[in-house]
Ligand binder design. Structure first.
Ligand SMILES: Cc1cc2nc3c(=O)[nH]c(=O)nc-3n(C[C@H](O)[C@H](O)[C@H](O)COP(=O)(O)OP(=O)(O)OC[C@H]3O[C@@H](n4cnc5c(N)ncnc54)[C@H](O)[C@@H]3O)c2cc1C
Length: 746
């Protein structure tokens, strides 16, 4: 995933088949900014079908068979999930995965191959090994080979029956024979491989000369072909053949391999996608499902309406290019390109002995050179997806701002890693920390030790903010106060903190200076709060971020609860509201200096004295007002029943009502408003700015406490005397706690 742009649409690729390889490469070469791409594949190392017989015969090593989806997905900027899709919900646009949450998509592409057609052959699941899916067959193949080699070495015979009369059966029979004889060091004696086909001809889709050449090659290899033999089912080590009447026969085998025609797994059909007459997912010439235009299908699983072709890797490969063009086109609302598969394809059959046969229409070739050509074609294909081009990361900085060497270094760094590699360089961090007095020296330990004073209990909190002003030092000061809010609200004493720092990708010197400003702002503020900084974590992030995990302690049982308010308690708010809307206006260049100055001063006011004053006045409940706004946090304080809120008394920052009146609100505002059903209005219209301010998210907001009515006035005066000039009594707890929690506006 690229982090430089907002992600607005999700393209989900299911299956690492031949066509999706081209899609991934295409996305790497021509990224679609804003498109999130995820590949879900049952396996990460996917075998290339063309190279399979050479691998089975022992001519290829694993490296010459498999394509690694991991680097390819990275190249494409795609998330990679190793899992098997179990179902699709087309109405909800989700796919289900085992032991993971479902995934939502906007656009889906299926390249999931096929499975052998077991048709009316009972016992297939229990007694045979399917040649497809290939990954499953390869796992079984090692077992078959081991058994066969051991049997031959011990002088016992070994029988393999391959059901199906197409190219896969022929190639498999030749390859298996070559490999087992080679590994056992034996001659042909005792190894019985036979091909069983219902058709009257082997390779019915090939021309006459190819068929004759294959028959001759199989005869030479002592591989028996039983054509016109209808398989009716399977029992243990037995292939049952015949018409159900008198012509029953059974063929015994140590292993039975099923290489019959292809069919579609059940789950995509169950989803409700259109199915073609031959039982596959029906697509139009854009490879788009004929029933659901947001689903694309390619490879064996798809049948193009009016352009039906045999299921083969060649067609799956060919469909890669149009699919790679159409998925981004569909996502961006452009016209799709059409695709028409060729009428016939060059078929090359590996004979497992260094020779091969090629045919296309009436053309026919045979010889070692055909194998060499096949080897060249297949390896060229594999190289295309292994040797990925090195893309130059775009730095997006003006020419001439940097020396060439610096630019090279920055470019190399731009290909930066995630995980630990995304940390700010250790040397930069060390330098910065060494230059800042006040960071508690923890020596060389990997974690910070927090000692809780005897007779106290530990409370912990964590919070983080994205920079909202272009002044890292001031931002860190406000963020620090914001993060301390929870501890103050609990009536606990801040003790120590760990910093969480995110700095944007920059040159070393700029990173150093940003970090230094942030850390100095944080440490200075923590010192004022009598809180120590013990350590932290830094990472490169898209924008400047700062947060703290804070530890505080309090006498056991003395922490101020959120939901402890008593009947008739007065509600007192220590700071005015409006930072959310004012910061939103500032981002749009619409907040003047006077408004912002007051807002910043409010945010820079610590909640420490308010917390002390509330405690001294017997507060029964307290919380800090942050992201959910006053209404959201007040609602959290109510265990049940009504609480009165006097809108006119709620203190508001200068300019905040004007900004809200102009429709300028924070991005969280709309979500915060979802609790409106818990508010009963009186007086103010639903849209009035004063009512809207209740949903304004606050940065470093004040504390809201419930104080016994008898002490409310002296508490308010103490707050004002401490410098919190806009503190106000804004409401009162109701007489009952029955019924749902609700706010009643007065
Ligand atoms: C022995 C043999 C030899 C062959 N030789 C040739 C040949 O020489 N030339 C040729 O053109 N064709 C050949 N074929 C045919 C070829 O294998 C298929 O036509 C081709 O593989 C189909 O490609 P595909 O892209 O549709 O899917 P596949 O290559 O089968 O890939 C499907 C992918 O989807 C994944 N997948 C499947 N289901 C799920 C799921 N539910 N969730 C997540 N992932 C899933 C699989 O793990 C796999 O990675 C041969 C077949 C066999 C069996």
């Amino acid at each position: 995933m690229r982090a430089s742009e907002p992600l607005v649409k999700h393209l989900l690729l299911v299956g690492g088949g031949h066509s999706h390889l081209a899609v991934l490469r295409g996305l790497g070469m021509r990224p679609v900014p804003g498109l999130m791409v995820t590949l879900v594949s049952r396996e990460i190392l996917v075998p290339y079908s063309g190279a399979l017989p050479a691998y089975i015969s022992g001519r290829y090593r694993a490296e010459e068979l498999y394509i690694d989806l991991r680097p390819l997905a990275r190249f494409a900027g795609a998330r990679l999930i190793e899992a098997e899709v179990e179902s699709i919900d087309l109405a909800a646009r989700t796919i289900a995965l085992p032991s993971r949450p479902e995934l939502h998509f906007d656009l889906l592409s299926l390249n999931i191959g096929s499975i052998p057609d077991t048709g009316a052959m009972p016992g297939a699941a229990e007694h045979t090994v399917g040649v497809k899916p290939i990954d499953g067959f390869l796992r079984a193949w090692d077992g078959i080979r081991g058994e066969a080699v051991a049997a031959l070495k011990q002088g016992r015979g070994y029988r393999i029956a391959i059901v199906g009369g197409g190219p896969a059966s022929v190639e498999l029979a030749c390859a298996a024979k070559a490999r087992i004889l080679k590994d056992s060091g034996k001659t042909d004696l005792g190894l019985d491989i036979r091909i069983i086909s219902a058709a009257n001809e082997i390779l019915p889709a090939h021309n006459q000369r190819a068929r004759e050449a294959i028959r001759a090659a199989l005869r030479n290899k002592n591989i028996e072909i039983l054509t016109g033999t209808v398989v009716t089912g399977f029992a243990a080590n037995t292939v049952l053949c015949g018409d159900g009447g008198e012509n029953q026969k059974s063929i015994e085998a140590d292993r039975i391999i099923l290489a019959t025609g292809a069919s579609l797994p059940e789950w995509p059909a169950k989803a409700g996608l259109a199915i073609s007459e031959d039982g596959f997912l029906e697509v139009n010439r854009h490879l788009q499902s004929t029933s659901h235009d947001f689903v694309f299908v390619a490879g064996d699983a798809a049948t193009i309406k009016g352009r039906e072709r045999p299921k083969s890797g060649v067609y799956a490969v060919r469909q890669g290019k149009p699919l790679a063009r159409n998925l981004p086109r569909h996502a961006t609302g452009r016209r799709l390109v059409g695709f028409s598969p060729q009428r016939s394809a060059l078929a090359m059959l590996n004979l497992g002995d260094g020779g091969a046969i090629a045919s296309r229409g009436e053309l026919f070739f045979q010889g070692r050179w055909v194998w060499r050509l096949k080897h060249w074609i297949d390896q060229r294909f594999l190289r295309k997806y292994r040797d990925l081009p090195q893309m130059q990361p775009e730095l997006g900085i003006a020419r001439g701002l940097l020396e060439r060497r610096e630019e090279r270094e920055l470019r190399a760094h731009a290909m930066r890693c995630g995980g630990c590699g995304a940390k700010v360089a250790g040397s930069v961090l060390e330098e910065v920390l060494a230059s800042i007095p006040g960071i508690a020296n923890q020596g060389v330990e990997d974690a910070a030790k927090v000692t809780v004073p005897a007779g106290r209990e530990l409370w912990q909190t964590v919070d983080q903010l994205k920079a909202f002003i272009d002044d890292p030092w001031l931002f860190a000061r406000i963020a620090t106060l914001h993060c301390l809010g929870d501890i103050h609200a609990m009536g606990a004493r801040p003790d120590s903190a760990l910093a969480i720092v995110g700095v944007p990708f920059a040159s070393r010197s700029i990173t150093r200076s940003l970090m230094r400003e942030l850390m100095l702002g944080c440490v200075a503020t923590l010192e004022e709060e009598d809180c120590r900084l013990l350590g932290g974590h830094s990472a490169e992030t898209r924008e400047l971020q700062f947060g703290l995990s804070v530890n505080g302690h309090v006498e056991p049982g003395k922490a101020l609860p959120k939901q402890g308010m008593k009947r008739g308690d007065a509600l007192i708010l220590s700071k005015p509201l409006g930072t959310g809307t004012l910061l939103a206006a500032d981002m749009r260049h619409l907040a003047g200096q006077r408004w912002m100055d007051a807002a910043l001063r409010t945010m820079l006011a610590s909640n420490r004295s308010a917390a002390r004053i509330f405690r001294e006045h017997g507060a029964t409940a307290c919380t800090d007002i942050t992201g959910f706004g006053l209404a959201g946090h007040l609602l959290e304080m109510i265990a049940g029943g009504p609480v009165e809120l006097r809108l006119a008394d709620v203190p508001v920052l200068d300019g905040a009502l004007e900004c809200i009146g102009r429709g300028i609100v924070s991005s969280l505002h709309a979500d915060n408003k979802l609790i409106e059903r818990n508010i009963e209005g009186r007086g103010e219209s639903r849209e009035s700015a004063r009512r809207e301010i209740l949903f304004d998210p606050q940065t470093a907001g004040g504390l809201l406490a419930a104080v016994p009515e008898s002490k409310a006035l002296s508490c308010l005066n103490a707050l004002i005397d401490s410098g919190l000039e806009q503190a106000a009594i804004i409401g009162q707890a109701g007489d009952s706690t029955d019924g749902p929690a609700r706010i009643v506006l007065a």
